[in-house]
Design a protein around this ligand. Structure first.
Ligand code: HEM
Length: 221
């Protein structure tokens, strides 16, 4: 594995961890959230720089179904990232408080809510496109498993995805995405790891769906 690939993997893992922590908002502290949000933006730029070859080909070549799906996700993530940053800057009370932006807070709150939760789902779907690569890396560390072991792992993957679908409903994520709930609820009595584990399961669920969906698209060309 060359240095660029290693850097790409480190940046991708960093973004995944940061995204999960960002979704906990006040549970990690509002100020930490804002600094992490800005660090996420820096990693996002680095991620695009490292994958600039892909962006360079956007207007070239044939669009297969898989490529259309991949491009829709990239555009969606770009929009939600821009929305999170714009609204984050307006709402900031710590990291960028010196800007003391007064107006547009109500609108920015709604933009932040939509961008954060749609962004979370879209980034999880995007992650699913790289499932094969992740499994490839995992295989480097694990010896070839017998068929029963592989089926057991597949079963566990399905169970986690199923639990993620349940957590998606239980945590009202869909209601935040559609702005049916205008305020996100954070239970400070609940152990932090439970919250994080549920969001990891939701992320897993969307990545799993995207992996299987895109596998079919690849066959259809
Ligand atoms: C990808 C980047 C980001 C994600 C995924 C994210 C996610 C979230 C989530 C899930 C919430 C709780 C739900 C809500 O009230 O909207 C929230 C709230 C908040 N975030 Fe972020 N955020 C990001 C970037 C930022 C940045 C860069 C800042 C500021 C510099 C920021 C400042 C805030 C503030 C001030 C709130 C509270 C909004 C309120 O008053 O209700 N966020 N964010």
């Amino acid at each position: 594995m060359n240095r660029k690939t290693i850097l790409k993997i480190v940046v991708d893992i960093g973004m995944t961890v940061m995204l999960l922590l960002l979704m906990t908002y006040e549970r990690i502290g509002a100020a930490v959230h804002e600094w992490l949000g800005m660090a996420m933006f820096v990693l996002f730029i680095i991620h695009h720089f490292l994958n600039r070859k892909w962006s360079g080909y956007v207007f070239k070549g044939r669009y297969t179904l898989f490529r259309i799906w991949q491009t829709i996700l990239v555009i969606g993530i770009l929009l939600t990232m821009a929305g999170s940053m714009y609204s984050g800057v307006v709402l900031s009370e710590y990291a960028l408080s010196f800007l003391s932006i007064k107006g547009g807070r109500a609108f920015a709150r709604e933009v932040h809510m939509i961008s954060a939760y749609w962004g979370f789902v879209l980034m999880s779907l995007h992650l699913g496109l790289h499932w094969g690569m992740m499994m490839g890396i995992a295989k480097r560390f694990v010896k070839e498993l017998p068929a029963i072991g592989r089926w057991l792992l597949r079963g566990i993957a399905v169970l986690i995805a199923g639990y993620g679908a349940y957590a998606f409903i239980q945590r009202d994520i869909g209601r935040y995405m559609l702005l049916i709930n205008h305020f996100a609820f954070f239970d400070f009595e609940e152990p932090f790891v439970f919250f994080l584990a549920d969001y990891m399961a939701v992320m897993w669920c969307f990545a799993w769906i995207s992996h299987h969906f895109s596998k079919r698209l690849r066959y259809k060309m």
